[in-house]
Design a protein around this ligand. Structure first.
Ligand SMILES: *Cc1c(COP(=O)(O)O)cnc(C)c1O
Length: 453
């Protein structure tokens, strides 16, 4: 039986500023390069894709950036989100560890993605953009952007990775209910999509869906492109998660020894970890930050820290990041939000310099952990979140063996109410774990662009 404790913040404690970790890093992480000339991107070149307000945030070295009041008003629909002490889970695991989880599934679309969708639409609308295009992996980002576009009366067009589109039909209904147009990627409406279809690519990948959305946005100045993870401004917007968690730990009179989040592009990890890393970087308490990725798409643990494109066709700027190569097409795992070949440059830099650690988990282990968590806590985590849950169970088990009463902070990025087909495959025993042999990985790493910068 659960006797969970909840740490709730009052609406008045909703953060007023986002935190920019660049201000506290010892040096500035490498900035993007032009995809063909390999020279630093100019502001003018960047505005063909992103709104100026967001580009200013990407380039900013200011420590705090004020959250516009319109954005805060919309955040109030679901923020501040709760922090729970998972007592039932602790008992189930018979661990001396204290486990807390921050739950982002209370948002209008069921994940943390809306934290950045709302400000992105706000800044695009301010720049005169009438319609936004985007890609989506699991459908979470597409749904979040569709919601935010509906709030501001901006059009929304989504290219959705084919393999996930087929797995989660109800999330399409949600996107369409918010007024968005949804394409299965590869689609017949872009040059990129038609070429991929002709090549016999049916499953698609996030990188390919990015290429389709970017192609359409580049063709029309009234159309902008929004991205759901990896960019500096996305991680910036997500820091409301960590800022709230810091206040909630003060209420609990406790402090995490380790924090854990899954990583696809790294936005939830950055959002949770950066405010805690600020404390560490500015002389406050130490903390371990653990990023958990799928073994099917192991950018941090088996990829290379190199210059690479954000999309499969090489249309986006080059970013210095951990990557398994932009041509990589991962297995159709159910954690669609973690099937991205690259990683946020900020998370990549933090990992490269030892500020965060990483581990990879297979999907069956993750679903096993997810159902244990659900039985104890009454929340069915999204397949992506299960990766963090699995790593949390490992930490708790280690505490049981050593008797160490550590404090663990787990981020549950979303719920699985639109991902039940994944849990069904898990129960049916049809969920598989494919190996990723070194030779296969190497064929993609060998295709990384040669940059002499
Ligand atoms: C998109 C998504 C992720 C992965 O993206 P990050 O940018 O790494 O946070 C994780 N969990 C859920 C529920 C998602 O929708």
């Amino acid at each position: 039986m659960t006797d969970q404790v909840k740490y709730l913040l009052d609406e008045s404690e909703l953060p007023t500023h986002w935190y920019n970790i660049v201000a506290d890093l010892p040096e500035r992480p490498p900035r993007p390069l032009h995809p063909r000339t390999h020279q630093p991107m100019t502001a003018r070149e960047m505005t063909s894709l992103s709104a100026i307000g967001l580009l200013e945030q990407d380039g900013s070295t200011q420590r705090y950036i004020e959250i516009p009041s319109v954005v805060r008003d919309i955040y109030r629909l679901w923020r501040p989100t709760p922090l729970f002490r998972a007592r039932a889970l602790e008992r189930l695991l018979d661990t001396p560890a204290r486990i807390y989880y921050k739950y982002e599934g209370v948002s209008p679309t069921g994940s943390h993605k809306v934290n950045t969708a709302v400000p992105q639409v706000f800044y695009n609308k301010a720049a005169g953009i009438e319609r936004l295009t985007t890609e989506t992996g699991a459908g979470q980002w597409g749904a979040a952007l569709a919601f935010a576009c509906a709030q501001f009366g901006v059009g929304c067009e989504v290219w959705w990775t084919g393999s996930s589109y087929d797995q989660k039909p109800y999330r399409k209904v949600l996107m369409e209910a918010f007024g968005a147009t949804v394409h299965r990627s590869p689609s017949a409406v872009t040059e990129t999509g038609r070429r991929a279809q002709a090549d016999g690519n049916t499953r698609g990948s996030i990188g390919l869906a990015v290429s389709e959305a970017v192609e359409v946005a580049l063709a029309d100045p009234a159309v902008g492109y929004a991205l759901g993870s990896t960019a500096g401004h996305v991680l910036l917007h997500q820091t409301v998660i960590g800022e709230e968690a810091l206040k909630q730990f003060a209420l609990a009179d406790d402090y995490p020894d380790v924090l854990i989040s899954c990583v696809g592009g790294g936005s939830s990890m950055g959002g949770l970890a950066f405010p805690f890393l600020r404390e560490k970087l500015t002389g406050g308490r130490d903390i371990r930050a653990l990023a958990v990725e799928p073994t099917a798409c192991p950018a941090l643990t088996r990829g290379r820290y190199a210059w690479d494109h954000g999309d499969s066709q090489g249309l986006t700027p080059l970013m210095k990041m951990y990557t398994v190569g932009h041509a990589f097409v991962p297995e159709a795992i159910h954690a669609g939000g973690l099937r991205y070949h690259g990683m946020s440059p900020l998370i990549s830099y933090a990992y490269h310099t030892g500020l965060i650690e990483a581990v990879a988990k297979s999907q069956r282990e993750c679903f096993t952990a997810g159902v244990r968590f659900a039985a104890a806590e009454g929340i069915l985590p999204a397949p992506e979140s299960n990766h963090a849950v699995a790593a949390c169970l490992d930490e708790a088990e280690r505490c049981r063996e050593t008797g160490a009463a550590k404090t663990i902070l787990l981020l549950v990025t979303g719920h699985a109410h639109f991902d039940l087909s994944a849990y069904q495959s898990f129960r049916d025993g049809t969920l598989t774990d494919a190996e990723l042999p070194d030779e296969r990985l190497r064929t993609f790493l060998d295709q990384l662009p040669a940059v002499s910068a």
